[in-house]
Structure formats: structure tokens, C-alpha cells
Write a protein that binds this ligand. Structure first.
Ligand code: MG
Ligand code: MG
Length: 262
């Protein structure tokens, strides 16, 4: 069943989301060569808990040990923060985080460039961020989840990059993972019809090479099967009569935080 949220409930979720927005703003300055993913995780947990009543959603969820999922280069999602994973110049790192405040969740992810990255990596980040923005734009009443997937598909088509097919977005509410599923491929008019009050995590994951993924022996980290670079951008978005309301990114459009393509 898809639970519709009231205006007040969406406002509450926006408060959770604003903590994530502020966290990403802080992380922007902390993602740098020499920093370990565990350093980032500790900072994030402290930052979240410094907001009264706020807790990291992923910590302990299905047994995941971290506040952040930190996925470097060919890692698509669910990388485990570790003191042994130290960022190097030229890496890209996808950081995915959930926050719960007064019972309501928000979920967001961004891929950061570490120092100077390749043109290919920059272009991957740009296209994935664009895919998210275009997908968010169609999260309006009477469109369908297929319209969201289609927006991702048309953004990626012709770039040579591939959409990770086996991982999808989802509803968000009191639980971080709710119905419906929000695939990153689809046809307009297909899938779940969007209604006012639905709140969705829209989260394209795009790889330079194959869309196929595999899980590492830690049983968490998912990597591209050909070890090509992968990026992930995610917003929690409310479907409202006034249009899509992004709950996790108040400070700026994601694409404005990326360096221009050279
Ligand atoms: Mg997420
Ligand atoms: Mg999500």
C-alpha cells in the first residue's frame, strides 16, 4: 500500500531532508585526498545527532554498520565506511545517507569528485545529476513512475553510459524504504500513477560501462561487473499540486555544485 502524506507530514520530512542538505554542504569541504571513509562517517553521524532528535537511518538498518554508504569509483552503492579506505586524488565517491527526525525519514545521495578527476568522470557526474533533475521534474500528479524512469533513460541515451537496472528508487515516509518502486528505466504512462502526497526517493545510478553489478564478499558493497566508474544522485521528492517539492536539497541545484565540463 502506498501511504499518502499530508502537507504537515511533508513539512516534517523536509526538516529531516534539510539536515541532509546541510550535511552535504559540509561534506563538500571534507571530501579530499587523504580522508578515510570512516572519517566522513564519524563526521556525518556527529553532525546528524547534533540536531536534536535526529538519527542516522542506515545505521543498523538490515545490519548495515555505517551512518553513510560510501562507494568509491566502481562501487555503485552500499560501500561500508572504513579507516582503510582513504580517498585519493582522481577518485569519485558516492555518499548515500538517510536521516530520521520526529519519526519521518529523508534519503539522499551525491557523488563527489576527489581532487582532479578525469573528463570521463566529470561527464558521468554531470549526466547523472542531469538525469536526477529531469526525473524530479516529472514527479507531478497524474504522471507515472514510468515517466520518471523514462526521463532518466532519455538523459542517458546516446552518452555511451549505462543505467544500473537492478537498483531502484522507492517511496519514503516513516520508513526509509516504502512502496512504490521507482525504476530508472520506463515508458511514460506505465507503472504506478503519481498522486498528491506521495513522497519518492528518485535515484539514478549510472555507469561508464556495463549496467551489470555484483556484490563483494563483504555482502554489502555492490560494484559494476566490469569495474567501470559509477555515479549516484538521489533526492527525496514530494509529489504536490504545486509540482515536485525536493525535500533534501534546499541550498542549491546539484548540477550547480559540479564543475563545468571542460
Ligand atoms: Mg539513499
Ligand atoms: Mg534511496
Amino acid at each position: 500500500m502506498i501511504e499518502l502524506k499530508s502537507r504537515a507530514e511533508i513539512d516534517a520530512m523536509a526538516e529531516s531532508g534539510s539536515i541532509i542538505g546541510a550535511l552535504f554542504f559540509e561534506l563538500e569541504n571534507r571530501v579530499a585526498p587523504g580522508v578515510s571513509t570512516l572519517d566522513l562517517d564519524h563526521f556525518a553521524e556527529e553532525f546528524i545527532r547534533s540536531h536534536e532528535g535526529a538519527t542516522p537511518v542506515f545505521k543498523g538498518l538490515y545490519g548495515f554498520p555505517g551512518t553513510l554508504c560510501t562507494s568509491i569509483n566502481d562501487e555503485v552503492v552500499h560501500g561500508i565506511p572504513s579507516s582503510e579506505r582513504v580517498l585519493a586524488d582522481g577518485d569519485i565517491i558516492s555518499i548515500d545517507v538517510g536521516v530520521r527526525l520526529r519519526g519521518w525519514c529523508a534519503d539522499s545521495a551525491r557523488t563527489f569528485a576527489v581532487g582532479e578527476v578525469s573528463d570521463e568522470a566529470q561527464s558521468l557526474l554531470r549526466i547523472t545529476a542531469d538525469a536526477l533533475e529531469r526525473a524530479v521534474a516529472v514527479a507531478v500528479p497524474d504522471r507515472h513512475t514510468g515517466d520518471i524512469g523514462h526521463a532518466v533513460e532519455t538523459t542517458v541515451r546516446g552518452t555511451g553510459f549505462e543505467i544500473i537496472r537492478d537498483l531502484v528508487g522507492h517511496g519514503v515516509g516513516r520508513k526509509v524504504h516504502e512502496e512504490p518502486q521507482v525504476p530508472n528505466l520506463g515508458s511514460p504512462g506505465e507503472g504506478t500513477k503519481l498522486r498528491e502526497g506521495m513522497v519518492l526517493a528518485i535515484e539514478p545510478m549510472i555507469a561508464v560501462g556495463t549496467w551489470k553489478i555484483r556484490t563483494l564478499s563483504d555482502r554489502w558493497t555492490m560494484v559494476t561487473a566490469d569495474n567501470s566508474l559509477s555515479a549516484h544522485f538521489e533526492h527525496t521528492v514530494a509529489v504536490t499540486a504545486d509540482g515536485p517539492r525536493v525535500l533534501t536539497g534546499t541550498r542549491e541545484r546539484i548540477s550547480d555544485t559540479l564543475r563545468p565540463l571542460s
